[in-house]
Design a protein around this ligand. Structure first.
Ligand SMILES: Cc1cc2nc3c(=O)[nH]c(=O)nc-3n(C[C@H](O)[C@H](O)[C@H](O)COP(=O)(O)O)c2cc1C
Length: 184
């Protein structure tokens, strides 16, 4: 069984990301041997990172950060759902990543889903660079959603081919998890 947390990176009210996260979680749950659920960053109320020590020196002490790391520790793999804010990831998501104790992500598979008016490519590339500071297995398969064509009147209505992308992403994640589980 691969337990996947779908991390919802936007914390705004009425965020488009909520439907995207529910969609990818439900696509993942269609795969054999997968149990996926949404982990909503907004529910953790993380402060701006202001710890005395960096997480690679000592786990963050803020109670919200402790809860965040404990929640992550219960999963084998992650799908990060990120909007594009000013050509990158939203501050909420980068801040949450800054709080992560490296061992919590060690040898975990990660998949990326982006959405924006540029189909989410920029923040996904930035996430790949950010996550390179951890020892993870970020899969090459990804899902790129466009706010102009995959949303209709504000409602999420992904083009049919994204189901195939989602299936490929989940398949890659499960394979990566199987390989990495031998190292954990
Ligand atoms: C601070 C901010 C910056 C944004 N910058 C970009 C951008 O650089 N490129 C883009 O395509 N959309 C940009 N947008 C539009 C977002 O992609 C759009 O609002 C999307 O719905 C945000 O995701 P969310 O609703 O889940 O928070 C920006 C939105 C915000 C709030």
């Amino acid at each position: 069984m691969t337990k996947i947390a779908v991390i919802l990176g936007s914390v705004r009210p009425n965020r488009a990301g909520a439907s995207v996260a529910e969609w990818i979680a439900s696509r993942a749950n269609e795969a054999e041997g997968v149990q996926a659920e949404v982990l909503d960053l907004a529910s953790f109320n993380l402060p701006i990172f202001a710890e005395e020590l960096p997480p690679m020196a000592a786990p963050a002490k803020d109670p919200a950060a402790v809860a965040w790391n404990e929640a992550l520790a219960g999963f084998d793999a992650f799908i990060i759902v990120s909007p594009e804010y000013n050509h990158s990831v939203p501050g909420s998501l980068k801040n949450a990543i800054d709080f992560i104790t490296p061992s919590v992500l060690a040898n975990r598979a990660i998949g990326l889903v982006g959405y924006s008016y540029s189909a989410g490519h920029r923040q996904i590339e930035h996430l790949r660079a950010i996550l390179a500071n951890f020892t993870t297995g970020v899969v090459g398969a990804q899902v790129n959603l466009h706010l102009a064509t995959d949303f209709s009147g504000g409602a999420f209505a992904p083009a049919a081919f994204h189901d195939g992308e989602a299936a490929s992403l989940v398949q890659a994640l499960v394979a990566q998890d199987k390989a990495l589980s031998t190292l954990r």
